[in-house]
Design a protein around this ligand. Sequence first.
Ligand code: ARG
Length: 462
Amino acid sequence: MSTKLWGGRFSGALDPLMEEFNASIDFDRRLWQADIHGSQAYARALARAGLLTEQEAEQIVAGLERVAGEWAAGQFEIQAGDEDIHTANERRLTELIGPIAGKLHTGRSRNDQVATDLRLWLREELKTSEEQLRTLIGVAVERAATEIELLMPGYTHLQPAQPTRWSHWLLSYAWAWQRDALRLQDLLNRVNLMPLGNGALAGNPFPIDRCQLAHDLGFAAPTPNSLDGVSDRDFVAEALFWATMTMLHISRWAEDLVIYSSREFGFITLADAYSTGSSLMPQKKNPDSLELLRGKAGRVFGNMSGLLMTLKGLPSTYNKDLQEDKEPLFDAVDTLNRALPIAAGALATLSVNGKNMARALVPEMLATDLAEYLVRKGVPFRETHHVAGAAVALAESSGSALTDLSLAELQSLHPAFEEDVTAIWSYEGSVEQRDARGGSSRRAVQEQIEALLLWLERPAPE
Ligand code: ARG
């Protein structure tokens, strides 16, 4: 007789290559703990429904505990025929407690089981992600607070645009990461629903109290429709999008730092702990940590697009294609959970070269301030923009800096220029002008720091 869970109607053996092709144990074994928890809770639910005696349920729960012990100790032996984690755990349970183990799967299918296991697993992993994301945000906010006096050029199109604060730049990513954290909390609402009790597709024929079962497993609620419950992988797709978006923010941040750490910029120096050398050029110190973070964003995106392609066009309910949900999810979550501490470490240990940042501030970056000076004198902005542009051109043609133009020269461009125009030739002054909420002024940056600190103090909801 076949030893397959589904072997009853089969007489021929599986082609060996097909056997291998079909198996998911190599990767889904990492769901072992979720699978045990799900089964233990299900055994208790069966007992409450009168399908197992209390004693039988206890035997199953205790047997599963022993199986878990073997996994935890690295002693679980996977055997030929253990096609997936569900099969393996049930096979081992049967060896340990005998035929009574065969009652565990009553009313259950691997279809509702695997969807439940994956949700349980993801829920735990995302807690780690959330903590690490908060740590990263914390590092950015802390640096922003202590290095608030440092000015640097702000860029658009990677061209020097206007002076800003290093802290303001740091916080620009902290806010993006905070959105990632908020998105994560929202996503958890949809991860934390329980498909168990949906059977293969049509529902459970026994009086299983799914609300109680969901409660026992820490789920917010049972899924509302069994056909949807066994096939819904939106939570996987959403998690992959979330991971992609988070990695994308990390990637852009890393790209900025790669540029800032180049010799030509020299704004920051990455710690040795996050850099590597060249096997050929002895002088090289390369920002490998940042480049890997940037590179891995592409890999996570690939996982997301691959899964979406797998889901597209699936007919209703469970199809074996869905076994392809796990590897991209595992890879994305592993990649992200390894990336977050590297990003935090690289950020916490880099050194900032404030002098180089200040040196990179060039007078032309105050051209906007010149236009705004005239606005304060009542000249319409469209006109002042033109005048300031003419001032830049005048300075350029006379080979001097914008800030070196004489009052007479400025007045030749517009009569509203007065003695006090020299006051705008200050980078600090320019930054301090931008005091509206969300701007670069010390006060506006401080306001952001306080808002993020307040948010960080609030514990993540369970
Ligand atoms: N290993 C399968 C998966 O990961 C479990 C569900 C199998 N169900 C089935 N009817 N073949 O999706």
